[in-house]
Write a protein that binds this ligand. Structure first.
Ligand code: ZN
Length: 242
């Protein structure tokens, strides 16, 4: 059994390497996705702002036309005043003209506000476009490098996997599946050394009876507190074979 666990410990070194590679790759992929997400987000923001701007532009044109039409009406009424001699009619017409002026002055105010809003939106769009451009340039600069790093990691993992396969052949199938289960549940640490009666996985004391069994290394021993596979390295010259 000791020989099996020695092999398992060697396998674990490779598995940890693969696991670390996977974590780094995940991080790089995350970085790539984040950059794409930022670009996408800026684009959507620009689209939304552009749509809002278009709505305001439409409103501006409507107000502009209204103002123009009403001014025209006021002008027409003023022309008519020249032909009217009746005082009451003149007064009524004057009131209508005053009303139009009042309405127009309010419309002008609104128009000014709309124009300010449009300017604001255009400014926001411009700023977003600049950040979009920066995000796109960042993507162009870093994307290739990140992808090359990922490819390098994949190659290293492939290479490690070949070595792993060779070692895995030497391990009993049921021990292997047990190991794999512990490895994934215990964060990449399934085989741990036991030194001076202490499990190096969880640093708990191993009961004396178990300790004796471990030294004999005749069977598979798990740590009673963390359930990892215990690996005992006999001091030099005192090796026992099991
Ligand atoms: Zn333990």
């Amino acid at each position: 059994m000791r020989a099996q666990i020695e092999v398992l410990a060697a396998l674990q070194i490779i598995d940890r390497e693969i696991r670390e590679h996977a974590a780094v790759k995940q991080g790089l992929l995350g970085e790539l996705q984040e950059k794409q997400r930022l670009i996408q987000e800026r684009k959507q923001e620009i689209e939304a702002l552009t749509a809002a701007c278009a709505v305001k532009e439409k409103l501006r044109l409507e107000k502009d036309k209204l103002l123009h039409d009403e001014s025209q009406k006021a002008t027409d009424k003023r022309m008519r005043m020249n032909r009217i001699k009746n005082v009451k009619e003149l007064q009524a017409l004057q009131r209508e003209i005053d009303q139009i002026r009042q309405t127009n002055s309010e419309a002008e105010e609104e128009l000014l506000n709309i124009m300010v809003e449009i300017d604001g939106l255009k400014g926001e769009i411009k700023a977003k476009q600049e950040t979009l451009l920066a995000a796109q340039q960042d993507w162009q600069q870093k994307q290739e490098g990140l992808q090359a790093q990922i490819a390098g990691i994949e190659q290293a993992v492939d290479k490690a996997s070949i070595g792993r396969q060779r070692i895995a052949q030497e391990i009993d199938a049921s021990l292997m599946s047990r190991y794999e289960l512990i490895f994934s549940r215990r964060g990449g640490s399934a085989v741990v050394e036991v030194a001076a009666g202490i499990c190096q996985g969880c640093y708990m004391n191993i009961p004396p009876q178990l300790w004796n069994e471990i030294i004999r290394s005749e069977k598979l021993n798990l740590c009673p507190s963390c359930q990892r596979i215990l690996h005992y390295k006999a001091p030099e010259g005192q090796e026992k074979t099991a």
